[in-house]
Design a protein around this ligand. Structure first.
Ligand code: MCA
Ligand code: AMP
Length: 513
């Protein structure tokens, strides 16, 4: 694949800069196999005894076991009536069983719908209605009950161990690059959550790009502490591990002591986190251990240059910041070799073309980041209008993020044109929270914005016009009944009136601090 510089050839740095000096970009083929599972299996065949995943307690899964056990689980799922193209919700903390079940699903061409384990009844109703699953893999009985209640038809609720009667494995590993593989609920640049459909080729191309760019090798071991229901943990952490023939310590949820254990006792060599995790690391004893890792990556939200420097000064670890999106997996990254520039997200990853679309005539100023490449999804489920709106007439994907290029071609994300709050790496859509608060009888008007927070990046803040006596606590508890914990406003401010422009649109910028 040729290294292309995109339309701003004079300023965008070619992705070949991500490659080792002795690698010819013309030899790079991100889609060397027909599908992601086939690429994984090719790696496993090279070293069947290699450990691919382990738990903090030291239970291990080898490549041969994953290959064999995933075929067994596929046999059970097929016997239970699941067929290629059927959708399966997967909502559980990381475990060896979950990895086996996930790989089984992909090998038999089920379409996986990852779902946040924090979701409650309302969110679950939406995800079931929009994706019409036939089965769900969950690690919590209550969530299983909510899923069943939300489903108009029969819904098979399974645990991560998929304890079903066995059957002959169905046809396996027949996916091709275009096979729909994941449906990820996300909001894109506008409106209500939509299902972004990612193909096997999208996922393979992006995992291969980061494998190359970050020099991911079979002897690497990732401390995987991100949830597997979002692209960061799943599409980068898990897919990359399996593609590199490497291993991951599966830690169900993040904490600094568990990270210390993975590094000191289990020889982890890599860690991927969101900035909130680095903020916590910087205040904990594990900061001293971080320098032992080969690579630390940050993404999903902006990492402040100040935190980047603080970690580097205290540990010698220069965090590598990268930029991704559910619809495109990974887009840009600081280089592994060469300068990792704090406050920037680096240059396009292998295979990715980027341009900045400027609203005014100044080609040197900030502009919307637009992307093209094999990593870019084809569209939203059952939503041709939203799909059309997210691509330009000439086929570029509109990210809704505003970027700026420096003289060396590094991109800084300087804003967003989409209404999105990112708290601890989780996306919160103001409209969803506003819609809930508006149903409270004392609320006349409300705007939800993200206010600056050192720990969370942004804090969900509700600015409320109330016509009756109501306290902040009452509104927070009210929101808690309808929304996952990470979406609940942590700050409530009361005002007499919301600032609006002549067209009646709330001036959100005036409400941020
Ligand atoms: C938990 N809480 C949160 C968040 N997480 N509140 C706001 N924002 C959050 N992100 C709530 C808990 O429910 C609890 O609520 C309270 O905060 C304190 O919980 P705590 O134990 O301190 O938090 P935690 O469980 O340790 O979680 C913090 C976390 C977690 C580890 C940073 O949020 C996390 O794993 N974030 C990663 C998300 C992620 O993977 N994003 C990738 C998206 P209460 O007190 O009411 O009980 S993919 C993406 O963005 C693209 C593709 C990309 O570029 O990667
Ligand atoms: P999601 O919709 O969950 O995939 O979130 C994608 C969004 O996260 C992007 O559109 C960006 O706004 C944001 N994002 C991801 N990585 C970074 C980063 N390194 N710096 C700033 N924003 C980021």
């Amino acid at each position: 694949m040729e290294a292309r510089d995109g339309e701003q050839a004079d300023r965008v740095v070619a992705w070949s800069r991500h490659l080792p000096a002795d690698t010819d970009p013309a030899t790079v083929d991100l889609l060397v196999e027909e599908s992601l599972p086939r690429a994984w299996r090719a790696r496993w065949a090279e070293d069947p005894r290699a450990v691919v995943a382990l738990t903090p307690a030291g239970h291990k899964l080898t490549a041969a076991q994953l290959d064999e056990r995933s075929a067994v689980v596929a046999g059970r799922l097929a016997r239970a009536g699941l067929e290629p193209g059927d959708r399966v919700i997967v909502s559980a903390l990381a475990s060896l069983d979950l990895v086996v079940a996930y790989v089984a699903a992909l090998r038999m061409r089920l379409i996986v719908v990852p779902m946040n384990t924090a979701y409650g009844a309302g969110e679950i109703r939406h995800i079931v209605a929009s994706t019409t699953p036939k089965a769900a893999v969950v690690d919590d009985r209550a969530r299983g009950d909510l899923l069943r209640a939300a489903s108009p038809g029969p819904l098979m609720i399974l645990g991560p161990d998929v304890a079903l009667p066995g059957g002959p494995p169905p046809a396996l590993d027949l996916a091709d690059r275009g096979t729909p593989t994941l449906i990820c609920l996300t909001s894109g640049t506008t409106g209500a959550p939509k299902g972004a459909v990612l193909s096997s080729g999208n996922l393979l191309a992006s995992a291969e790009a980061v494998r190359l760019a970050w020099r991911w090798a079979p002897d690497d071991r990732l401390a995987l502490m991100l949830p597997l229901f979002h692209m960061h943990g799943l599409g980068v952490g898990l897919h990359g591990t399996l593609l590199a023939g490497a291993s991951a310590v599966l830690v169900g949820s993040f904490d600094t002591a568990a990270l210390d254990h993975a590094i000191a006792e289990q020889s982890a060599s890599m860690f991927f986190g969101v900035p909130t995790m680095y903020h916590r690391i910087a205040q904990s004893p594990v900061l001293g251990t971080l320098g032992r890792l080969r690579l630390c990556v940050s993404g999903s939200a902006p990492l402040s240059a100040e935190l980047h420097r603080r970690v580097a000064d205290a540990s010698g670890q220069r965090i590598l910041e990268r930029y991704g999106m559910t619809e495109t997996v990974m887009n840009l990254s600081n280089p592994y070799d060469g300068e990792r520039r704090p406050g920037t997200v680096g240059i396009p990853l292998p295979g990715v073309e980027m341009r900045l679309e400027h609203a005014d005539d100044d080609p040197t100023g900030p502009g919307e980041i637009q992307l093209r490449g094999p990593n870019v999804f084809a569209g939203y489920l059952n939503d041709p209008e939203a799909t059309a709106a997210t691509f330009t007439a000439d086929g570029w994907f509109r990210t809704g993020d505003i970027g700026e290029l420096d003289d060396d071609g590094y991109v800084s994300i300087v804003g967003r044109s989409k209404e999105l709050i990112i708290s601890g790496g989780y996306n919160v859509y103001p409209r969803e929270i506003e819609d809930v608060l508006r149903t409270h009888p004392a609320v006349d008007d409300v705007a939800v914005v993200g206010t600056r927070s050192d720990e969370w990046g942004e804090t969900v803040t509700a600015v409320v016009v109330a016509h009756d006596q109501v306290t902040a606590d009452e509104l927070t508890s009210f929101a808690a009944r309808h929304l996952a914990p990470f979406k609940r406003p942590r700050v409530v401010r009361f005002v007499d009136e919301l600032p609006r422009n002549a067209l009646g649109k709330v001036l959100r910028n005036e409400l941020v601090d």
